[in-house]
Design a protein around this ligand. Sequence first.
Ligand code: SAM
Ligand code: SF4
Length: 362
Amino acid sequence: MTQLIQHILQKQNLSKKDIVRLLNSDETERKSLFAHAAEVKEAHVGKKVFYRGLIEYSNLCGKNCLYCGIRAGNKNAHRYEVTEEEVLEAARYAWENKFGSLVLQAGERSGKDYVRRIERLVKEIKEMSNGELGITLSLGEQSEETYRRWFEAGAHRYLLRIEVSNPELYHRYHPQNKIHDYEARLQALHLLRKVGYQVGSGVMIGLPFQTMEDLADDLLFFQEHDIDMVGMGPYIEHEDTPMYQYRDQLMPKMDRFYLSLKMVAILRIMMKDINIAATTAMQAIDPMGREKSIKVGANIIMPNLTPSRYREDYLLYEDKPCTDEDAEECKRCLEARIHMAGGEIGYGEWGDSKHFARRRKS
Ligand code: SAM
Ligand code: SF4
């Protein structure tokens, strides 16, 4: 059977059937998949791993995605917003430690004051770092004007996961209303590209009712939409969410983990020059989850720089890691672990998606 896997891995383009076969690979077969993905990674994006210091800016959110621990309807969540001074302090730490880039992530909010506040923060981070820190935003669906304002203020990458590319499943995991609309989310990805951002997307893996065919379609979705960067990881249940009711139907966490590793490896083979993140949810299942992702294709890591006092309130799912470490501890252990995974850290570099540079030229 490994011969069949070898045969698939030699193909120029993977069909949906090939992808499903790779996703179903057994323990021996997956070793061949991971080894091939590692070769593709080294040949196309090299050994370098780039840091994006993550600031979980706020857990206030106007939406109610049925899987998320910080959904508006979760009355048990203790809400916060990091102060301007604290954001700048974390940004300074990132800059002084040559992290290259920052990610500002939060629940989805709108309103003039909020848009202005983010715009100001982006400008201030740029000024503080002499334009040296790259800024990625992950602040949900916004209007084209808002995307443009934040872009002009200095942000140049934006992460917006499609969450699941099958519209029927999307509707199952979200309330049925205008602010949770699949088409609007898709349109947002087009708007981001039009404004000029490097566009990131992603999905959750191992959701209830999701099949291997759905996951294969997710990978083909990234290809079809010519996405520059991808962050995807296992779905992990949270008891204060409506989707918790399906917990008995989920595959074991370790299976979700290996399935996620396979997704990363297959995507690296399909989209050789994009940026792929080793996500925190991988680490939530396996303490070495992010390093294992790096070995099989990921080249981006997001060390958490959220001030410690807010960490445990950004609880998207159970057992979210790194809630009690401070930035310095995280940095030291991460550096050693990345080296162990055969990576080199691209200190002080933006590490933009090579795919984005190529699509800009053509
Ligand atoms: N609010 C913005 C948005 O939704 O695009 C950005 C922040 S949101 C917390 C970031 C990501 O967390 C989502 O895109 C989703 O994929 C992930 N997430 C939420 N709940 C999760 C869960 N239970 N398991 C794994 N990932 C989850
Ligand atoms: Fe809000 Fe994002 Fe969570 Fe949805 S996934 S509830 S938009 S924070």
